[in-house]
Design a protein around this ligand. Sequence first.
Ligand SMILES: [Zn+2]
Length: 285
Amino acid sequence: MTPNQQTNVFNVLIDAFIRSLACPLCLGSLEHDNRGALLCRLCNANFPVRAGFPSFITPRVLKLLTSRGVSESLLGRWAESMESTYSWRNKKDSHARSRAPFSRKLTKEHRLDPEVIYKLLDLIQLAKGKWVLDLGCGTALRANHFPDSNYLGLDPCVAAINHGVPFVQGIAECLPLQSNFFDVLLSIDVFDHLISPDLAMAEILRVLRPGGCLYLSVGDTEDEAYLLHKQSRQMFGISEVKAHLHRFDSSFFQMRLGDAFSELEIHRSKGYLFVHGKGKLYESK
Ligand SMILES: [Zn+2]
């Protein structure tokens, strides 16, 4: 694809998705400026387009995080961890590109647990004609699972994204998205890579519309398989995976989501937690 063709694809995608976007600094609406970047109508902040996608990781956004209690040293550790995540992901991505059939990809991704797979198939049905945010979408291959939805991927890294998938570069702690907008929010194996899981959780609840649902998975620190794996790594002097800045057990999600949804299911399986919040109960400010 030539740079010109890339820009055209980008403009078409952004015209379709611009109403889901908001300035991450002040939540004002965005519009194209005369150089093809996005401009906030409220605070005049400017967001560049890199590699064909709008980027919402700017020095001002990172500064906002520090004003919300994120330390410089944590930001530094996160930047380092992103490098190890993406070198791993790029290796894995060469397998994904082999275009496995839909059901096999789904099975592989969700570790052969029928309960999890059925739930995800239900979610794909439910999301038809609706707005889906894939938070920490990685290569955005999951877009293939949602052909009949308004799918938007968000990730800090653009390197592995296929052009033609609606995507924005951003961070979960400061989402460039309208409040009370998305019907379905997915976050698959992302939470242990975040800068601040607490800030991200507040943002997730902000952008989900009332009645909307959340589906996320993350490594389960209470699980025997996980603990055994950790012990054996320690025994052989192998350090923890550098990319994982946080670890969770089910109480983390229970505490933060228990009052936010009419129904909250937490399912533990094979070293992972699967969290499903159904029917967000309130409108966010
Ligand atoms: Zn703004």
